[in-house]
Each structure stands twice: as structure tokens, then as C-alpha cells.
Unconditional design. Structure first.
Length: 433
């Protein structure tokens, strides 16, 4: 039953996106935006309800198998693969940046407005003049696939999700976690469906490569692990924290004095060699190091920037947030032997996403994915909090990717309430059947 309720949800969401609520190309026009927004939020709440009820079955005495969960994921994802981009216009930024690389325009010095033309016009206004914060691995992919358009970018995202989902049960087993519990929280999570699949965000590739690095590190293949984590960081920089896991596990296999220092040096040497090789191959240069602050621009939002705007002390709150994130990371890594290095990494990435100067709903997946694989209590409090946060963040961004007006909020609430009523009716009828 949950499989088909979730399918109804993603189908309604996809139809709502086509109807005008999604991040459609400008040339497509908007046909029925009000109906589309109502349908989209109707579908969102159906999906959240189906996922939450499925979680209860995963925690039961007879949980569904990994195969059953993977089939459910495929069923839910199907309509979203065919839908227009949803919840963000970032995919157009990716395409414009790929076209800039192909045209030999420095993406680390200029924004998409430098490219000009209809493709650059699709980029959200706030990112028109900002340089790319992405590493050469992703920009190389974007340049190669830019001629394929949205389809190409979505195929890249699907490849990343496939890598994530394929490795998640393996990673969970090596961390002593039931694979079904990990798949429910880290694979069937609505944020994965909405932002990595429907939104085609490059975080999917980053997390897929990071998962591969963690699996190989736990298997003792440290050089390969350091290389894979570096490739993930050359998509998006936060993945570089995974090198701490590699160095920590590597030091446990060394003998003699200064094991930690030597392991750290080895991991850094591998990372440096991979970075130089990939950058030379793509020819994009090292400008991404100076563009890492792009997501934290003054017009972005997070907990700390909101407090900063309310108090008139923006920089103070941003630095306080970074200090708090650093404190959480220090706590996690000092206790990594008890928590496990993968879990410590998940906590660290979650702290950066939540306490950093900018947040998007899909940023939470950085930590959520690894927490799903490695949190020691399979159904404990941390997992419940992560699941609840994921459900809430599912609802905070419009399918168009733009800020909501009062009328749009009303339509969204009406669609969500209608779905809640439908879910109540379904669960009342089901026992009678």
C-alpha cells in the first residue's frame, strides 16, 4: 500500500511541475500555476506520509527486504525522472557553467551572464553574476554533457544516486547497521527523491563518490579510498572531510611512531596528486578554491544569517555558527573510536550544513546519508530527529525554486491538507480490507 501511495504522490508532484509549478524553461511558459502548485503539495504530503508509514514497517519484527525497498524507490522515482526540474533552477546553472568551460570562459571569475544567450537566461537571477564553487570533476562532466541539456544532467544525478543506493547497504553492514534501516533513511528519504533526482543536484555525484571512498577505506584499500574521496571533493568541497576517515583508518594499519601523522601525510599526498592530475586533465584551473564562498553570499539564508539579519550583526553570527560547527566536529572526532569514523563524519557534515552561513534542504543529505549508514542505534533518537528534519525540509521550498507569495502559501497549505485527509481515509479503509 505504501508503495502505491508514494507513487501517487510523486505522480501528482510531477504533473504539478509540468502544469506550471516546476522550474520550467522560460520558453515553456506557465499553463496552470495554481493547479500545479496545489497538485505538487498534494503529492509532497502523500509521499511524506507513505515514507513515514514505510519506516514503521522497517522497524517492525518483519521488515521489508532490501530488494523490496529498492523496488519501492524505483517506483517512487519513476515519475520524477520524467518530470521537469523541481525545487531549484540550479540545473540551468550547471548547464551554463558547462557551456562556459566548453567556450573557454573562466567560470571561477565570471557568472553565467558572461556567457549570455538563452541558456544563461534560464539561470536564477541571484546566480547570474556569481562564479562557480564546484571543482574540476563536476565542471568536466558539465562541459561534456552540456549539449545533452537537462537530460544529461539528470543522467549524471541518477548515476550518483545509483552509486549511493548500491553502496549504502554495503556501508551499513560494515558499520554494523541493518541495511533496511539505512536504505529507508538514506535512500528512500524524500530529500533524495526531490532534490537529487527531480532537482538533478550535483550533490548526488559527490555523495556517491564519498560512499565509495568510505567502503574502500573500511575494506583497507586506503590509496583508492583517498583518491575516491578527493574526486568527491573535486565535485563539492565538503566531501574533503572524508579524508579524515581515511587517515584515521589508515593509521590503525601502520606500525611504529607517529602513525597518525604519517597516515595523514599519505592521505594528503594522494589527494594532492589526484587534484593535480584531474585539474590538468580538465584544464579548469584552481580558481574554485577562491570561489568556495559563493554559496554563502549575502543574499543566502541559514540559521546564523537569519539571526544576523535580525540583530544587525551578520558577520558575528556567521562566525559564531562556524565556531559551533567546529565544536561539534571536534566533539565527534575526539569520540570517533566509540562512535565510529563514518558516523563522526556524518555528524560533522550535518553540523556544517545546519550551522554554516548557507543552507539548502539538500545540504542536509551530506550528513543524513552517512548517519543512515553508521548511526549505532538502528532506530534510535538521532535517526528519528534526522527523519523528522528531512520531512520538514521537504516542504520549505516551492517546486519552482523561488520564494513563495501569500497566495502560493495558501495553495500549498490547501494541497497539503487535502493530501492529509486522503492519507487518513486510506489508513482507515485499509484495516477493513
Amino acid at each position: 500500500m505504501h508503495r502505491w501511495v508514494g507513487l501517487a504522490g510523486t505522480t501528482a508532484l510531477a504533473l504539478g511541475g509540468v502544469g506550471g509549478a516546476g522550474a520550467l524553461p522560460l520558453a515553456a511558459g506557465v499553463r496552470h500555476p495554481s493547479v500545479g502548485l496545489f497538485a505538487a503539495y498534494f503529492g509532497l504530503v502523500l509521499l511524506i506520509g507513505a515514507w513515514w508509514r514505510l519506516g514503521r514497517e522497517v522497524r517492525s519484527e518483519e521488515p521489508p527486504s532490501c530488494r523490496e525497498l529498492l523496488v519501492t524507490l524505483a517506483v517512487w522515482a519513476g515519475p520524477l525522472v520524467l518530470a521537469p526540474p523541481l525545487f531549484s533552477r540550479d540545473v540551468y546553472s550547471y548547464l551554463a557553467q558547462g557551456a562556459m568551460v566548453h567556450a573557454h570562459i573562466d567560470v571561477y571569475a565570471y557568472g553565467p551572464d558572461r556567457l549570455g544567450g538563452p541558456l544563461a537566461a534560464e539561470v536564477a537571477p541571484v546566480w547570474q553574476t556569481t562564479p562557480a564553487p564546484y571543482g574540476p570533476v563536476f565542471l568536466g562532466l558539465a562541459a561534456a554533457l552540456a549539449p545533452a541539456g537537462i537530460t544529461g544532467m539528470r543522467l549524471v544525478a541518477l548515476a550518483g544516486v545509483g552509486l549511493m543506493i548500491g553502496l549504502l547497504p554495503v556501508l551499513a553492514r560494515r558499520c554494523g547497521v541493518p541495511p533496511a534501516a539505512a536504505l529507508w533513511l538514506g535512500g528512500l528519504n524524500p530529500l533524495v527523491l526531490l532534490h537529487l533526482i527531480a532537482g538533478a543536484h550535483n550533490d548526488a555525484i559527490m555523495l556517491g563518490l564519498l560512499a565509495a571512498g568510505m567502503v574502500t577505506a573500511l575494506g583497507g584499500w586506503f590509496v583508492c579510498a583517498a583518491a575516491l574521496v578527493t574526486l568527491a571533493a573535486l565535485v563539492k568541497a565538503p566531501a574533503a572531510l572524508g579524508l579524515l576517515v581515511v587517515a584515521s583508518l589508515w593509521s590503525g594499519r601502520l606500525r611504529g611512531r607517529w602513525r597518525t601523522a604519517r597516515a595523514t601525510l599519505y592521505a594528503a599526498a594522494v589527494a594532492g596528486a589526484v587534484t593535480v592530475a584531474v585539474t590538468s586533465f580538465t584544464g579548469t584551473g584552481y580558481g574554485w578554491l577562491g570561489a568556495l564562498g559563493t554559496p554563502a553570499a549575502s543574499y543566502t539564508w541559514s540559521l546564523t544569517t537569519t539571526l544576523g539579519r535580525l540583530t544587525g550583526a551578520l558577520e558575528f553570527w556567521r562566525w559564531l555558527g562556524l565556531a559551533a560547527a567546529g565544536g561539534v566536529m571536534l566533539y565527534a572526532w575526539r569520540r570517533r573510536l566509540r562512535l565510529g569514523p563514518v558516523y563522526a563524519l556524518g555528524i560533522s557534515l550535518a553540523a556544517i550544513a545546519l550551522l554554516g552561513p548557507a543552507i539548502r534542504p539538500w545540504y542536509v543529505l551530506w550528513g543524513c546519508f552517512l548517519i543512515a549508514a553508521a548511526a549505532p542505534a538502528p532506530y534510535g533518537r538521532v535517526r528519528r530527529w534526522v527523519a523528522a528534519l528531512s520531512a520538514v525540509l521537504t516542504l520549505v521550498v516551492l517546486p519552482s525554486g523561488f520564494a513563495a507569495s501569500g497566495g502560493q502559501l495558501l495553495l500549498a497549505v490547501c494541497g497539503g491538507v487535502a493530501a492529509a485527509v486522503a492519507l487518513l481515509c486510506v489508513h482507515r479503509v485499509r484495516p477493513a480490507l
